[in-house]
Write a protein that binds this ligand. Structure first.
Ligand SMILES: Nc1ncnc2c1ncn2[C@@H]1O[C@H](COP(=O)(O)OP(=O)(O)OP(=O)(O)O)[C@@H](O)[C@H]1O
Ligand SMILES: C[C@@](O)(CCO)CC(=O)[O-]
Ligand SMILES: [Mg+2]
Length: 397
């Protein structure tokens, strides 16, 4: 079978409010970042399938003849990405050498790739191909790197297989798919997230697919078009953590103390709804300091709630304390337990204040970026629309 060459990118995300609560059916507000993951898929004549994942030092290759026996007769059609196939996953775990509970970075990324590749191509002759992924996002730090990876895999493999058309017309202008094709990409990306996360809500892959700012509730995705331009400082504490373990920890707490934890989750929901209302007001009336006061208070309360849920970390306490000495308010973003936090900057926040804050955070060993938010969702690129340094990372052309 001949596969289509393609270059795909998808954005990372920041969650403004609602992480963890969203896994339990509460509202989350999330926004895409202008930091992206890029994937190039090439057809080869090597009789092999290979993946190059330089961010996680993983370079693997398999003979098609070794992969073929993993394929079973009853294969999902591309349009059927509703649930994980436990038998295929079981065979793959054995093939890759993953024991239950093994959370190793490389195995999770490899499993997600092989699962989507075999599901989409398994009903016919497996094609030889190579996939290289390079990301501007820190891996495993709360900015949705797993979702951006899964969205890129899903879009590339669906496009390469012909299950969805390649939208690219002009190599210098990135192109997007129609709504129906994006829904299919999102549903396969969700399978990748399930393999990496265990029990994801789907908010991260939704942002990676659609981009912009979203309200997410139990799988229902509402793009928020009326939102003010927010200035956000992103900080990576560089403390490693696993989303899968943190999500499982909150579930354990909820099971153990339902009458204690349920009200916290309800309260997080109210934070997301109040934030959404405030953001909408900021686009329909003149923005005042009071709007920002509300946003800042919501950030402080939400950070405390996340600590109650057990996903805080001393490195994040330090982030909040240091930024507050400069009058700025921060919270963790994503799964917590270390990783990244967001700091809200006011329109009038002086460049000198940002510079001094960044200096103090860097002195703690953290990385900081003032980033713009709301980047586009998944896209197909021609080489001319990809930055030279990223093309180099993706390999020789
Ligand atoms: N560029 C990449 N190349 C290969 N695998 C990746 C890449 N980015 C992420 N992954 C996979 O995703 C895993 C990290 O996912 P995890 O959900 O723990 O963190 P995150 O997605 O960055 O944070 P969060 O889910 O809190 O937003 C890695 O262990 C790896 O398996
Ligand atoms: C912690 C969590 O709420 C967000 C991770 O970015 C998990 C999820 O929603 O899948
Ligand atoms: Mg993730």
């Amino acid at each position: 079978m001949h596969v289509r060459h393609c270059i795909i990118s998808a954005p990372g995300k920041a969650i403004l409010h609602g992480e963890h609560a969203v896994v339990h059916g509460k509202v989350a507000l999330a926004v895409s970042l202008n930091l992206r993951t890029y994937l190039e898929l090439k057809a080869t004549s090597t009789g092999k399938v290979s993946i190059d994942l330089p961010n996680i030092d993983t370079f693997l290759s398999w003979d098609l003849s070794d992969l073929q026996p993993l394929v079973s007769e009853s294969f999902a059609k591309p349009e059927e990405a509703q649930r994980l196939d436990p038998e295929l996953l079981g065979r793959l775990r054995e093939f890759v050498g993953v024991t239950n509970g093994n959370l190793d970075t490389r195995s999770m990324a490899t499993l997600a790739f092989l699962y989507i590749y075999l599901s989409l191509f398994g009903s016919g002759e497996l094609p030889a191909l190579s996939v290289c992924v390079w990301s501007e996002l820190p891996t495993g730090a709360g900015l949705g790197s797993s979702a951006a990876y899964s969205v890129c895999l899903a879009a590339a493999l669906l496009t390469a297989s012909g299950a969805i058309p390649a939208p690219l017309r002009d190599p210098s202008a990135p192109a997007r798919w129609c709504q129906e094709d994006m829904e299919l990409i999102n549903s396969w990306a969700f399978q990748g997230e399930r393999i990496i996360h265990g029990n994801p809500s789907g908010v991260d892959n939704a942002v990676g697919t659609w981009g912009g700012m979203l309200r997410f509730l139990s799988g229902k995705i509402i793009p928020l078009s009326r939102v003010p331009l927010l200035r956000i400082l992103l900080t990576n504490t560089k403390v490693p953590r696993s989303t899968k373990l943190l999500v499982a920890g909150v579930k354990d707490k909820l099971t153990k103390f339902p009458s204690v934890i349920n009200p916290v989750l309800d309260s997080v929901d109210a934070i997301s709804c109040t934030c959404e209302k405030t953001l909408a007001e900021m686009t329909s009336e003149p923005i005042t300091g009071e709007h920002y006061n509300v946003l800042e208070e919501l950030i402080d309360i939400n950070q405390s709630q996340l600590c109650v849920l057990g996903v805080g970390h001393p490195s994040l306490d330090t982030l909040c304390r240091v930024t507050l000495t400069h009058g700025l308010h921060s919270k963790l973003t994503g799964a917590g337990g270390g990783g990244c936090g967001i700091t809200l900057l006011r329109p009038e926040t002086d460049a000198a204040v940002v510079r001094d804050t960044v200096r103090d955070l860097q002195a703690c060993g953290y990385d900081c970026w003032e980033t713009s938010i709301g980047g586009p969702g998944v896209q197909q690129h021609g080489a001319p629309s990809v930055r030279e340094d990223i093309l180099e990372r993706l390999g020789p052309r």
